[in-house]
Design a protein around this ligand. Structure first.
Ligand code: ADP
Ligand code: MG
Length: 243
């Protein structure tokens, strides 16, 4: 359903993504792990053109583009098919939880406000925050703010949700509730590409774990294989440090 072929991204003279090939099936949960500075965020950001890749072919549903030739319309199409959950939530501080979730539906999907707000209320129930519709981000806990961030991604009904270290900014006490919501989405077979250091989540939830280092995919496989019998010494070395 999603296919990336030979994705390359450079910043100046530094090649940050050095020919990434990755195919994601509908309903698949992929967790990306690897040392910091290895290109994990850049990979996610290239998939919805938050960064402009230098080479590669990107297929998402019926969109199929050479990324170097992507038109404005292609980029918007890629963004509609991918929703992003940021490490720092990236909520609008001057909008309520309900408005944060509805905003994309109004601005991107051009839904009338009443319809967007009705959908946002449904989402708030699903993320367990029905009573926080009118709360501003500053009055919510970190865990609640990130659940709103995930709710906003759910509202978009994108083909895939891209999570970039969604629990890394959270105080430890809020991590579980965010992981629980992500597990709920995984159980509903929402296609997800998740960059995380939560190895327990990877082990329990991922269909496939991808280990990246130096802008390349070094090794990938089901969690049982990757965690219990990694083949590449770089994977073994990384896992020894984090497990
Ligand atoms: P990861 O998410 O795996 O920690 P990143 O994708 O954030 O890694 O970064 C990979 C490399 O690209 C790092 O060396 C980082 O410094 C560099 N990088 C990321 N974004 C930019 C940018 N906008 N300009 C220049 N260098 C960048
Ligand atoms: Mg990162």
């Amino acid at each position: 359903m999603i296919q990336v072929a030979n994705l390359v991204k450079r910043f100046g003279d530094t090649t940050v993504l050095d020919g990434i090939d990755l195919a994601i099936d509908q309903g698949e949960i992929i967790v990306v792990i690897g040392p910091s500075g290895t290109g994990k965020s850049t990979l996610l950001r290239c998939l919805n053109f938050l960064e402009r890749p230098d080479a590669g072919q990107l297929t998402i549903g019926d969109l199929d583009v050479d990324v170097t030739r992507a038109s404005r319309a292609d980029i918007l199409a890629a963004r509609r098919r991918t929703a992003f959950v940021f490490q720092n939530y990236a909520l609008f501080a001057n909008k309520t939880a309900l408005e944060n979730i509805a905003e994309g539906l109004i601005v991107v999907n051009r839904w009338p406000q009443a319809k967007a707000h009705a959908r946002a209320r449904e989402i708030l129930s699903r993320i367990g925050l029905a009573d926080k519709a009118d709360a501003y981000p500053a009055s919510l806990s970190g865990g609640q703010q990130q659940r709103v961030g995930i709710g906003r991604a759910m509202a978009a009904q994108a083909e895939v949700i891209l999570f970039d270290e969604p629990t890394s900014s959270l105080d430890p006490e809020w991590v579980e509730e965010v992981l629980a919501l992500m597990k709920q989405l995984a159980a509903e077979r929402q296609t997800m590409l998740v960059v995380t250091h939560e190895m327990g989540f990877a082990r329990d939830v991922a269909d496939r774990v991808v280990f990246m280092e130096g802008g390349r995919i070094v090794e990938q496989g089901p969690p049982s294989q990757l965690f219990n019998a990694p083949r590449d010494p770089r994977t073994r070395d990384f896992l020894r440090k984090v497990l």
